[in-house]
Design a binder for this molecule. Sequence first.
Ligand SMILES: NC(=O)c1ccc[n+]([C@@H]2O[C@H](COP(=O)([O-])OP(=O)(O)OC[C@H]3O[C@@H](n4cnc5c(N)ncnc54)[C@H](OP(=O)(O)O)[C@@H]3O)[C@@H](O)[C@H]2O)c1
Length: 230
Amino acid sequence: VKKAYIITGATGGLGKLVADALTPHAEFVLATGRKHSDREHYFLGDLKTSMNPFVSHMTRFIRNAQSMGVHYFGLFNSIGIPARVPKDASEEHIEAAMEESMKINYEIPAAIADYFAGLVNEGSIVFLSSQHTIRKPETKRTYWAPKAKLEEKTEEMAEKHQHLKVNVILPGNLGIGMSAGARLQYETNKNLVNTQMALEECIKYLANPTVTGKKILIAAHQNKTGVDIL
Ligand SMILES: NC(=O)c1ccc[n+]([C@@H]2O[C@H](COP(=O)([O-])OP(=O)(O)OC[C@H]3O[C@@H](n4cnc5c(N)ncnc54)[C@H](OP(=O)(O)O)[C@@H]3O)[C@@H](O)[C@H]2O)c1
């Protein structure tokens, strides 16, 4: 079966792991990032300012793959994150952080998914949320509030697009991009998710999903590292 994948935010972290794992097995992998890359199919740019060029690029990529016999398309939305605010941040600072976070953690992945759903006849969409949407810590509101909207979007899209399997993964802390010291602290407290396990879950829901409209929680709390479908 010929498959093609689009992975946003593929220059680092989870997006890069997924793109690298799929590249040897898929006919087409389109990756995006703001850093240069030597990938065959690559979109370079900040998606906050280059949504239209990206959508044109993605449309050409999908049409080209379809003309080469590809039927199944997977979209892995890995961009996101910066939403940190210092404890003593002013109201204005928090508001600006929320606006920025809404863009990269919700609006951009949601808009890309809407375009994608209109272009393909069969496939999957995987959104990335966070385990913080479960406990909703007040200090991390700028991070989990947009992710919670992404989870609502997952349900809406699953309902609306019966030709697609649309799911959202809620990983615990993977320790990616942490300092060695911070990582050690998390490891000691057993609050890190096993990266290989998280990668396998991501690939499963992207390449061979059997369910739609689900939240997949990969929690990391005091050694609880199992997977729960919510
Ligand atoms: N890491 C974790 O522990 C963890 C836990 C739970 C959920 N998640 C979620 O998993 C996803 C990936 O996280 P990660 O830790 O792997 O992130 P990461 O290492 O920071 O990677 C983010 C990727 O997104 C790209 N990106 C960010 N902002 C962009 C923008 N405005 N325009 C275009 N590209 C942009 C980056 O591109 P460049 O590097 O090229 O600039 C990079 O490729 C996020 O949605 C995050 O919320 C992560």
